[in-house]
Design a protein. Structure first.
Length: 452
C-alpha cells in the first residue's frame, strides 16, 4: 500500500526516510536568508546594512554546491541564474532508481540518468524582495506539484531540497521489505568550497544526526555523539548517551574524487536487517567564511540475490545525515540571527534566535503568529561544552518539552561584531524534544528530537 508524503500524511510519516530537519542535519538544510541583523554582508559606503545583499547578484552553474541529502546521498547542485536552470548530479546513493528494486541506484551514471535538470524560478513568496532574490524554486524537481522544491543561497552555501523519489521493495528471504512511500523531495545542504585535507579537519567534535532504516518501516535512529578525528583519517566515536566508545566505527577516512572524505564499512546505529555492515559514509567539510562545517552522510547497502548481480542477501540500509561541531562552550547570543530552511515534515521554516529565545515559523506566512512555536535556550552547558538546552515554552517541564543543542565558536563579521549561522533544520518543526548542533563561524545549527 502506497504512502504518499503530502500535507495530509506528513504529520504522521515524516520520520520515514530522512534525517529530521528542524535543523536538518538532514537534513537538511538551510542558509541564512531571512534578513536578520546578525552578520549580514557589510553595506557599501553610503548605503545601509538593510540594503546589503544576502547572496551574489549572479550564480554560475560552473561552480556547483557539493553536499549531502537527508536521504543519505552525495550530490552536487548547480544553479545558473543567467540561463535560469538547475542541475542535480547524484554522485553516490543507496536510494534505488526504480520502485520494487534495490539496484541500480539513483547515482548510476548509465545513460546520464544520475543527472536531473530543470528550470529555475526566483521565489516571490518571502516577506521582502531582498530575501526572494536569494531563494529559488526548482521547477520539475518535486513529485508533488503543490509542494515545490526550493533552495536558499548565501555565503557559498545552498540549503533546501532536491528531487525526491518513490521507494518500495518486497524484500528477500522473508525480510527486508520496504513499504511504498513517496517523498516529494529530499533535504540538501551543499558548499561551493570544501576541505579535503584531513590534517586540517582533525580534532574533537560534538555531533548529532538523524537516520532512518527503510527495511524497518523507516524506523528513526538518532545520533548523539562525540567524534575524535586523527590526522591519518582514523576516528573514534563515543556515545553521549552511555559513553560507550568505538574505535572501529568505520575504516579511516580517505580522499574521494568528489573532494569529500570516504569511510567504508561504516557501522550504523542499529545492526543490519540482513547480513553484516556494508554501508559507508562521507564527511563533507564545507568552508563557510573561513570556518569548517563538517557534514556526515551515511549510505546504506542492500542486495537482492535473485537479481542480475547475484551474491548474498544483504540489507544494511540505515541512511541519514549528521553534523559535527568542535567542542567548546559559547556565551548567550553567539548564535543570534534569522535563518531559513526545511524541516522533516518537508515544510519550509524560518527560525529567529535572540539571546535566550528562539521562534520557529513559516517563512512564507511570517505574519501569522498562530503558526509560530517558541523555545527557551539555556546556555549553562553543564558538563557538555557547546551543548545548549532547548525547551519548548508552551509545554510544562517534564512533559517532553526539553532537549539540548550543540554550538560552535562564533566568527565576527567585519563591522557588525555578531555571528551569522546557517541553520540545518533536521527535526520536525513542532518536535517536542530537541538537540541542536551549532557550527562555528556562522555555519550551521542542527537539531534532532530526543525521546521523552
Amino acid at each position: 500500500m502506497q504512502s504518499t508524503i503530502d500535507s495530509s500524511t506528513l504529520r504522521g510519516h515524516m520520520w520515514r526516510l530522512l534525517p529530521r530537519l528542524a535543523l536538518g542535519l538532514a537534513a537538511a538544510a538551510v542558509v541564512s536568508a531571512c534578513g536578520g541583523d546578525a552578520g549580514e554582508p557589510q553595506a557599501p559606503a553610503g548605503g545601509s546594512r538593510a540594503d546589503a545583499p544576502l547572496c551574489p547578484d549572479a550564480i554560475s552553474g560552473a561552480t556547483p554546491f557539493i553536499g549531502g541529502t537527508g536521504s543519505g546521498e552525495l550530490a552536487t547542485l548547480a544553479l545558473d541564474t543567467t540561463q535560469m536552470t538547475w542541475t542535480v548530479t547524484l554522485l553516490d546513493s543507496s536510494v534505488p532508481r526504480t520502485p520494487g528494486t534495490v539496484a541500480p541506484m539513483r547515482s548510476d551514471p548509465t545513460d546520464g540518468l544520475n543527472v536531473m535538470r530543470g528550470a529555475l524560478v526566483r521565489e516571490t513568496g518571502l516577506p521582502t524582495q531582498r530575501q526572494n532574490k536569494c531563494a529559488f524554486q526548482l521547477q520539475g524537481a518535486s513529485l508533488d506539484a503543490e509542494r515545490p522544491a526550493r533552495v536558499f543561497v548565501g555565503f557559498g552555501v545552498a540549503g533546501g531540497t532536491i528531487p525526491g523519489a518513490r521507494i518500495q521493495f518486497d524484500g528477500v528471504l522473508g525480510g527486508g521489505a520496504v513499504p511504498e512511500t513517496v517523498f516529494p523531495y529530499f533535504q540538501f545542504i551543499g558548499f561551493t568550497d570544501i576541505e579535503s585535507d584531513i590534517g586540517k579537519i582533525a580534532g574533537e567534535y560534538n555531533g548529532l544526526g538523524y537516520h532512518v532504516v527503510p527495511t524497518k518501516r523507516f524506523a528513526p535512529v538518532t545520533q548523539d555523539f562525540r567524534m575524535q578525528i586523527g590526522g591519518s583519517g582514523s576516528f573514534t566515536v563515543c556515545s553521549n548517551v552511555d559513553d560507550a566508545c568505538d574505535a572501529r566505527k568505520g575504516d579511516p577516512f580517505v580522499a574521494h574524487p568528489s573532494g569529500a572524505l570516504l569511510s567504508t564499512n561504516f557501522k550504523g546505529e542499529v545492526p543490519p536487517t540482513i547480513g553484516t555492515t556494508r554501508g559507508h559514509a562521507y564527511l563533507i567539510v564545507g568552508k563557510l567564511r573561513g570556518q569548517l562545517v563538517p557534514v556526515l552522510v551515511r549510505l546504506g547497502y542492500t542486495n537482492d540475490p535473485t537479481g542480475p548481480a547475484g551474491g548474498d542477501a544483504a540489507a544494511d540500509d540505515e541512511i541519514g545525515l549528521g553534523i559535527l561541531a568542535p567542542v567548546g562552550s559559547k556565551p548567550m547570543g553567539a548564535i543570534d540571527g534569522q535563518y531559513v530552511g526545511v524541516d522533516s515534515n518537508f515544510d519550509y521554516r524560518a527560525t529567529a534566535l535572540v539571546g535566550p529565545d528562539a521562534t520557529l515559523l513559516d517563512p512564507f506566512l511570517a505574519h501569522d503568529a498562530t503558526l509560530a512555536t517558541t523555545y527557551a535556550l539555556d546556555y549553562a552547558q553543564v558538563g557538555r561544552p557547546g551543548v545548549v538546552t532547548v525547551r519548548r515554552k508552551d509545554l510544562a517541564m517534564g512533559a517532553g518539552g526539553s532537549g539540548s543543542a550543540i554550538q560552535r565558536r562564533r566568527a565576527r563579521h567585519p563591522g557588525h561584531g555578531r555571528s551569522r549561522e546557517t541553520l540545518l533544520l533536521l527535526r520536525r518543526a513542532r518536535a517536542m524534544n530537541t538537540r541542536c548542533v551549532h557550527a562555528r563561524g556562522g555555519a550551521t545549527f542542527s537539531c534532532h528530537r530526543e525521546n521523552s
